[in-house]
Design a protein around this ligand. Structure first.
Ligand code: SAM
Ligand code: SF4
Length: 331
């Protein structure tokens, strides 16, 4: 059943959903989680696969065509491929992608690809074992590398992207090794500016290593050529002038792309967020569990989406960091 498309009060068409399947994680990246972890949601607070699939099916009827599974670490959610297969049966969906830290990819890549994940983003902040452990607080680089290799062997339809958060004081030394990794041609590396969504609340503007700075450092050694940018794409992408690989930059702090934002997010406990930095969110779980029908849920979603923020105010005085941090939102 088709429903009217989903638009916000600023005229933007909403077509992309980031779906968090858990708030739990097996890493402790300094820019995201505290060393001791966070108080996890109780199991009954987290939406079941049936509840997730119902919300996605409804949103798909309203024109959401791209769904990205995230978390926390989505692969720690038991039987994730079962959810993927359930979502794949929703005919209106165009693309199903997944963001993971890669620790469990060696185990899960074949089942996830077979169930229908089209594209993978794997987070990797350093290709040096000690430096990786320093930032993520786990000595897990060899496992991630095995996972990446496994994923490449299995072969998924879309490109495999490798994401690194760019932190001043840490990432400068990682830039060229990661660029060399991209130049091997199998993975597209993307640098993401550090955002004020860390649980330690240590974010400062000065700690953002901007995409322009990273790009200049790479370009000085391996010249880059910019590629045309697709509307609502979050990344600016470049190819190496000598044809060896691609690289991208997601610059939410220095070059916000809110004007083209077509995304909404659903937290693992069923709260709809219309911006990463939203200070308000809309509870879908309570009506869902109270027996609301699809028309009632549609009205709640439409009202929330209508109020989608025009833009984030990260770089403005008076910015307020949301209570939920990245792993509890679903980045
Ligand atoms: N655990 C998975 C992972 O790390 O890929 C999925 C969830 S994680 C929250 C999604 C993405 O958000 C990762 O690429 C991570 O590096 C990024 N991220 C986390 N905290 C961030 C922050 N404060 N600023 C920018 N990116 C951040
Ligand atoms: Fe876990 Fe991903 Fe946050 Fe790292 S960025 S702590 S892997 S949720």
């Amino acid at each position: 059943m088709a429903r009217d498309s989903l638009r916000d009060g600023h005229g933007r068409l909403i077509e992309d959903l980031r779906l968090s399947v858990t708030d739990r994680c097996n890493l402790r990246c300094a820019y995201c989680m505290p060393a001791e972890g966070l108080p996890w949601l109780a199991r009954e607070e987290v939406l079941s696969f049936e509840e997730l699939a119902r919300v996605v099916a409804l949103l798909a009827q309203m024109g959401v065509v791209d769904v990205r599974l995230t978390g926390g670490e989505p692969l720690v959610r038991r039987d994730l491929p079962v959810l993927v297969a359930m979502l794949r049966r929703i005919g209106e969906l165009r693309e199903l992608s997944l963001t993971t830290n890669g620790l469990l990819l060696e185990r899960d890549a074949p089942a996830l690809v077979a169930a229908g994940v089209d594209r993978f983003n794997v987070s990797l902040d350093s290709v040096d074992r000690e430096r990786y452990a320093e930032l993520t607080r786990r000595d897990a680089l060899p496992r991630v590398m095995c996972g990446l290799r496994r994923l490449a062997e299995v072969g998924c339809p879309g490109p495999i992207k490798v994401n690194a958060v760019a932190l001043r004081g840490y990432t400068e030394r990682e830039v060229l090794p990661l660029a060399e990794f991209a130049r091997q041609g199998r993975f597209e590396v993307r640098f993401i500016e550090f955002m004020p969504l860390d649980a330690d609340r240590a974010w400062q503007r000065e700690r953002v290593l901007t995409g322009a700075e990273v790009r200049a450092a790479i370009d000085a050694v391996h010249p880059l050529v910019e590629e045309p940018r697709e509307p609502s794409a979050t990344a600016r992408t470049f190819r190496f002038a000598d044809g060896r690989g691609r690289i991208g930059f997601v610059n939410p702090v220095s070059e916000p792309f809110c004007g083209d934002c077509n995304r909404i997010r659903l937290t693992a406990d069923g709260h709809l967020r219309t911006c990463l930095f939203s200070l308000n969110e809309t509870d879908l779980r309570t009506p869902l569990r109270a027996g609301a029908d699809d028309d009632e849920l549609e009205q709640i979603v439409r009202a929330a989406v209508w109020r989608k923020e025009l833009k984030h105010r990260v770089d403005e005085p008076g910015f307020i960091q949301p209570e939920r941090t990245m792993s509890a939102i679903g980045g």
